[in-house]
Design a protein around this ligand. Structure first.
Ligand SMILES: [Zn+2]
Length: 276
């Protein structure tokens, strides 16, 4: 079973590997730069090389890069779109350089232009993005504000237009907040399959939810302490398809101990159902 966490990048790539070792995790997620800034971080070749050697040696896979929050890929203005495309290009280039496997993007906010127009803008931007080898995953959202991608209808529209070079990152908290009751997981699976093949989903963001079902409020909680609870996570982990995907935890933390605890909970359930 692949279980890891979103890790701090502030102290450099070498530190990320140390975190990973402490957590006894075999996959990871990071930002490449400050997620609330347009500034890119320049890294020395040496730092990158050491990192790629370490992930290979320690069999850490997948390495996931998350897009900075600051980008709204559903913008309509050409100038803004181009700024985002240029930025993403640099991020994807660097992601490939560090041998990352997935690059996770959020489908953005329509900001009053309507969901249909927002989705069309997303398609337009993605179609203009140069091709890279790294797999881009589009993450489902909670439906907070004017966010897109909270319904699987949105994904069927997207994939129809952009083709299936892309994949999906399934965030458990976001799905629950968007109205998918993960405590009745078989029903959720069927609801998803009405719109997309499950095989498009390649990664799980394993977060419990602080807010109620269908709250449209994005607040993550530690595994088992939120509204999805152990019951919900057990169903996901024991599932033949979902339970074999990599799990990345993105819960709020002041210390890595909290990640360690969440990872242990997931692994324990995995052990019980023969995933480890
Ligand atoms: Zn997420």
């Amino acid at each position: 079973m692949k279980v890891g966490a979103h890790l701090w990048i502030g102290e450099g790539l070498a530190k990320v590997i140390e975190f990973c070792e402490y957590l006894e995790s075999n996959c990871l997620q990071i930002f490449l730069s400050n997620p609330r800034s347009w500034k890119s971080k320049i890294r020395k070749e040496e730092e990158i090389e050491k990192f790629t050697q370490s992930i290979k040696k320690r069999k850490i896979k997948p390495v996931v890069i998350h897009m900075p929050y600051i980008l709204n890929i559903a913008v309509s203005k050409v100038k803004e779109k181009n700024k985002i495309i240029n930025f993403l290009e640099k991020q994807l280039e660097e992601s490939e350089k560090i041998n990352a496997d997935f690059y996770v993007i959020h489908p953005g906010f329509h900001k009053g232009n309507g969901e249909k127009n927002g989705m069309k803008n997303v398609v337009d931007l993605l179609k203009n993005l140069p091709k890279f080898n790294i797999k881009i995953l589009i993450e489902n959202t909670s439906g907070q504000g004017t966010s897109l991608g909270y319904k699987f209808e949105h994904f069927s529209f997207l994939f129809e237009k952009i083709g299936n070079d892309y994949g999906i990152c399934f965030d458990t908290a976001h799905a629950f907040q968007a109205g998918y009751n993960l405590k009745e997981f078989d029903k959720v699976k069927k609801d998803i399959e009405k719109f997309i093949p499950l095989s498009y989903i390649l990664l799980i963001h394993a977060n419990d939810s602080k807010t109620e079902l269908n709250s449209k409020k994005d607040r993550h909680e530690h595994i088992g302490k939120g509204k999805i609870g152990i019951k919900g996570f057990t169903q996901i982990i024991k599932d033949d398809y979902f339970g074999n995907l990599p799990f990345i935890i993105e819960t709020p933390k002041v210390s890595l101990k909290e990640d360690k605890r969440n990872i242990e909970i997931i692994k324990k359930i995995g052990e019980k159902y023969g995933k480890i």
